[in-house]
Design a protein around this ligand. Structure first.
Ligand code: AMP
Length: 432
């Protein structure tokens, strides 16, 4: 078989020719067509058999059609050692020299600032050791939601076949099931209740709004609810900033927090929230990950999250340790798909509350249809609540209602909850 028969484009074939390779090695011959057909592949081959080109060449082919986005790499190669990662990066440069793809080599022992700069410019391919990858992820410098191809290179082969393997995952998605079948021997499955059970102590409400009314409805909720302190979640970091600024302008003790902020600023904001100096924390899912603040009275979903698991994590920030918490969600007509996922995830509809003027339309901005099996009570029927606004700030409420600007495409945060994932078919196995 020739390289020309594998389905690779001319610019990749040219690069291969420049390397002086005549024919594909057996692992390349077997693996490349399956990878190009978007199948999962488990390739078992010794070093020196051309394994790296076996996954790098088709990866370049698949990625060449797209474009790098800031902090959202489209592929990830996990390598057990820095040296191996650096070697893969060299291979990537050699085979991809005729394509305009970018890569980031994320390994320990080299400048993190430099790696962050590359991620900010946008990298198509991440080649990383696990420690540095997780470190950068936790700092909010990388989002992995857009990963289309994952390569786990050499990690399993470093281990002896007779071993005890423990795999922990938040969900048992079909792809994880496939992996367990291949890499675990007769595993025992143990599971505890899904985090959806946190909802027991959280009362959940939904307000159908027109996109233009979100800020005024948010303010009405803040006014009528007894908001001691609240997480307000937005899907996009630009809205986190805009809503935070708007609330501050209205006199609320509000701060924004997202992954773009320096770690020191995030820590300071969080400390202020914990101490009560800040009562409304407007944040993204990434920035709020892992944060544990007890006694939060409210969670407000300014946007319906793209990923239903995020909804569960968001509302789980209130109603902790048996306390009662209240969660609100602003829903527009554009959110139907995401709302359906949320309802499916929590297993019941969210009670729809009507707030005066919330669903009024202007122009072609009609509000979302009310979607609940329960009738929608008027907000005024709910118990009267105090507001988080401080008395001396009451005067400022005449500030103009500046709507945060929205981009039709998300910039940095979750886009398609189903974007990542393995194919439905079982992986192709090759042992050389
Ligand atoms: P690897 O198994 O990825 O470590 O590759 C071992 C060596 O084989 C590297 O030096 C590659 O440059 C080389 N190599 C990879 N594919 C081919 C090929 N089709 N023909 C000749 N050499 C190759």
């Amino acid at each position: 078989m020739k390289f020309e028969d594998l389905g690779l484009s001319q610019h990749i074939l040219d690069a291969i020719k420049d390397c002086g390779y005549d024919t594909p090695t057996p692992i390349q011959e077997k693996a490349i067509p399956h990878i190009l057909m978007a199948r999962d592949v488990v390739g078992l081959a010794q070093t020196g058999t051309g394994k790296t080109a076996g996954f790098t060449l088709p990866m370049i082919e698949i990625l060449a059609g797209g474009r790098a986005k800031a902090r959202m790499p489209r592929s990830l190669i996990l390598s057990p050692t820095r040296e191996l990662a650096a070697q893969i990066a060299d291979n990537f440069d050699t085979y991809g020299k005729n394509c305009k793809l970018t890569k980031a080599l994320l390994i320990g022992g080299s400048s993190m600032e430099e790696q962050i700069k590359i991620m900010e410019r946008g990298a198509d391919v991440l080649i990383a050791t696990p420690g540095r990858l997780l470190d950068l992820f936790e700092r909010g410098k990388i989002l992995l939601n857009d990963i289309k191809i994952l390569v786990i290179d050499e990690i399993c082969s470093l281990l002896p076949p007779m071993r005890q393997t423990l795999l922990f995952s938040a969900t048992m998605a079909p792809e994880i099931k496939k992996l367990t079948a291949k890499f675990l021997s007769n595993p025992r499955e143990v599971a505890v209740d899904a985090p959806a059970s946190t909802a027991i102590t959280v009362e959940q409400f939904q307000v159908n709004v027109s996109p233009k009314n979100k800020n005024s409805v948010l303010e009405k909720i803040l006014k009528q609810e007894h908001v001691q302190n609240a997480f307000i979640f937005c899907n996009r970091k630009r809205d986190v900033d805009a809503v935070g600024t708007w609330l501050k302008g209205k006199g609320y003790k509000a701060r924004a927090m997202h992954g773009d902020m320096a770690q020191s600023a995030r820590t300071q904001t969080l400390d202020q929230f914990k101490s009560g100096e800040v009562t409304l924390l407007v944040c993204s899912d990434v920035a709020a990950r892992g944060i544990d603040v007890s006694s939060v009275s409210h969670v407000i979903n300014y946007d319906v999250p793209f990923n239903p698991d995020d909804y569960v994590h968001r509302i789980g920030r209130t109603g902790r340790a048996g306390e009662k918490g209240r969660a609100w969600m602003l829903v527009t007509k554009n959110d139907d798909k995401f709302l359906d996922s949320v309802i499916k995830r929590i297993g019941k509809p969210v009670e729809v509350i009507e707030i005066d003027g919330s669903n009024s339309s202007s122009g072609d901005d009609n509000g979302s249809k009310a979607r609940s099996s329960k009738p929608a009570p008027k907000a005024k029927d709910l118990p009267e609540k105090k507001t988080a606004r401080t008395a001396d700030n009451e005067q400022k409420s005449k500030a103009p209602n500046k709507k945060p600007t929205r981009s039709p495409k998300p910039e940095l945060l979750d886009e398609d909850p189903n974007a990542a994932g393995f194919g439905d078919e079982v992986p192709a196995f090759f042992k050389m």
